[in-house]
Design a protein around this ligand. Structure first.
Ligand code: SAM
Ligand code: DTB
Ligand code: SF4
Length: 325
């Protein structure tokens, strides 16, 4: 089987709508052919600048315009961040992702400090990732030169559904930033959220955009909406594990070598449900008891899960391996 970038929407629809067990079996087979199964990348998130964001992303507890319980804070100090990165490494993480509640990166003192953080985290020996909103080509180059390994910039949903979720920026702007990250030679991390009231076609449309980029993102996070009080989506029902499995499996089949991250929403998922997601091709998680602002399972719970399921953490800086093709 070849890596393909020419998927049609209806091909992905067909994959997505297969009987669930057939879909899982196919995804597990692709995963086995392209990746080291049983190996799961462990990433840690840290919100280095929280809340007070000018955007209107309907899911986000950090948007200034919604009244949530998130306590806003300015950019953390470089030392504080490096301390957290060391802790994450000791706990077995190999990737450290710093999030900032910004619409876009600006060329100011905060950005200079971010560059220092990137340098420091890289020196600790962790794959360093940032998620800070839109970037220009120049800013992407500066991050790359400071040692940035990956940049997360989610599509969140399909192009058609975009304006139902976010109105303060466009889908095209998202794609531009992803292009700038790619041009700078930084690993691309881009995915989205399910459980925001979107249709199946919206989920499929988002996968279609990612799977037809000139190069697939190296990682695709699949988030289950964490419905936060005060946001417009506060009353959304939690998605079922079967919807997560369907999404993860379709991502795995269309983008065989990509790291598929079982991201937000794990706190409410028993190990049995998470096991189905790993079976369907998920091979990365966010570990540590906090995502950006919401709770996540503890390192101890996750290590117990790894032990039970026979999973092992993936090494840092390991290149995606082609076992076949
Ligand atoms: N401000 C930057 C941006 O929007 O790209 C970076 C931080 S933003 C919080 C990163 C991603 O977190 C979003 O694109 C979204 O996919 C995810 N996210 C935010 N709030 C979430 C929630 N309540 N549930 C699930 N995922 C969420
Ligand atoms: C991603 O796709 N999910 C992470 C990470 N990339 C930045 C963020 C999830 C945030 C969940 C809500 C919160 O904790 O604030
Ligand atoms: Fe701001 Fe990012 Fe949250 Fe949107 S997702 S409100 S850009 S922090």
């Amino acid at each position: 089987m070849q890596i393909r970038n020419n998927w049609t929407f209806s091909e992905i629809q067909e994959i997505y709508h297969q009987p669930l067990l057939e879909l899982m079996y196919q995804a597990a087979t692709v995963h086995r052919n392209f990746n080291q199964t049983g190996e799961v990348q462990v990433c840690t998130l840290l919100s280095v600048k929280t809340g007070g964001c000018s955007e209107d992303c309907a899911y986000c507890p950090q948007a200034a315009r919604y009244h949530t319980n998130v306590k806003a804070h300015k950019l953390l100090k470089v030392d504080e961040v490096l301390e957290k990165a060391n802790e994450a490494k000791q706990n077995g993480s190999t990737r450290f992702c710093m999030g900032a509640a910004w619409r876009e990166v600006r060329d100011n003192r905060d950005f200079d400090n971010v560059l220092e953080m990137v340098k420091g985290v890289n020196e600790i020996g962790l794959e360093v990732c940032c998620t800070m909103g839109m970037l220009t080509e120049e800013q992407a180059d500066k991050l790359k030169n400071a040692g940035l390994y990956a940049y997360n910039h989610n599509l969140d949903t399909s192009e058609d559904n975009y304006e139902n979720i976010i109105t303060t920026r466009t889908f095209e702007e998202r794609l531009n930033t992803i292009g700038n990250v790619r041009k700078a030679g930084i690993s691309v991390c881009s995915g989205g959220i399910i459980g925001m009231g979107e249709s199946h076609d919206a989920r499929i449309g988002m996968i279609h955009t990612l799977a037809t980029l000139p190069e697939h993102p190296e990682s695709v996070p699949v988030n289950a909406l964490v419905a936060v009080e005060g946001t417009p989506l506060e009353n959304m029902k939690r998605v079922s594990v079967f919807e997560m499995v369907r999404m993860i499996a379709t991502v795995r089949i269309t983008m065989p070598k990509t790291m598929v991250r079982l991201s937000a929403g794990r706190l409410d998922m028993p190990v049995s449900e998470q096991a189905l997601c790993f079976m369907a091709g998920a091979n990365s998680i966010f570990a540590g008891d906090k995502l950006l602002t919401t709770p996540n399972p503890t390192f101890t719970d996750d290590m117990a899960m790894f032990e039970l399921l026979g999973l092992k953490p993936r090494e840092a800086f390991k290149k995606e391996m082609a076992l076949s093709n």
